[in-house]
Ligand binder design. Structure first.
Ligand code: DX5
Ligand code: ZN
Length: 219
């Protein structure tokens, strides 16, 4: 039997006019982490929020803030996000010239370091860096928008990364992001995922539904 997955609601699907309340509601409903999607309109075709919003939400956060950076270049902004309160900072290998240097810098700043795999990115990117990562995030959609359909082609990648993590002997979180529903959550956990990001599937139905929505994702 698989262990209970970490559930990280994506604030992208929250009501942006009431973000503090949404954070408190989703935590009361059982969220393990808060997933924050940062987009620059350049690396991905959408614009969301920056370090000031992370900083404003931090006093409301009782769980780790899992910050997913979809910005390029990413290096100049690492410090601002960690200072704002990011506990985990995840970067795409395509968002800077030296992934190893970027990961080391995130840890040096005091946060946990994550690498994000786009649907087309191969697991081999991480092969020589298993000691430098605390989290691996597999995108099961093309990043940029919530509400997209889960790409089943990514399940084999989750399995491959599970094998690499097990072989490393390190305690690396394997997270999945995009199109996660109660049905696809089960497939991800069976493939070896230990954390699930969900926007639409958590925030649909409003605050009264959050607890049931999160429980449904746990299976
Ligand atoms: C998309 C983001 C996701 C997104 C997931 O680029 O990284 O975190 O919010 O949304 P759903 O769960 O609706 O697919
Ligand atoms: Zn995300």
């Amino acid at each position: 039997m698989s262990p209970r997955p970490i559930i990280a609601p994506s604030l992208l699907a929250a009501d942006f006019a009431r973000l503090g309340e949404e954070v408190r509601a989703v935590q009361a409903a059982g969220a393990d982490w808060l997933h924050v999607d940062v987009m620059d309109g350049h690396f991905v075709p959408n614009i969301t929020l920056g370090p000031d919003i992370v900083k404003a939400l931090k006093p409301h956060a009782t769980v780790p803030m899992d910050v997913h950076l979809m910005i390029a270049p990413v290096d100049p902004y690492l410090e601002a996000f960690v200072e704002a309160g990011a506990d985990i900072v995840s970067v795409h290998p395509e968002s800077g010239p030296h992934l190893n240097r970027t990961l080391k810098r995130i840890r040096q700043l005091g946060a946990r370091a994550g690498v994000v795999f786009n649907p087309s990115t191969s697991p081999s990117v991480i092969e020589w860096m298993m000691d430098e990562v605390d989290l691996i995030l597999v995108m099961s959609i093309n990043p940029g928008f919530g509400g997209q359909t889960f790409m089943h082609s990514q399940l084999a990648k989750i399995e491959a990364l599970r094998r690499m993590i097990d072989a490393s002997g390190r305690d690396i979180v394997l997270e999945v992001d995009g199109g996660v529903t109660p049905e696809t959550a089960r497939l991800c956990v069976d493939a070896g995922a230990t954390a699930l990001v969900a926007g639409t599937a958590v925030f649909r139905g409003g605050p009264e539904a959050y607890a049931a929505n999160i429980a449904a994702l746990r299976g």
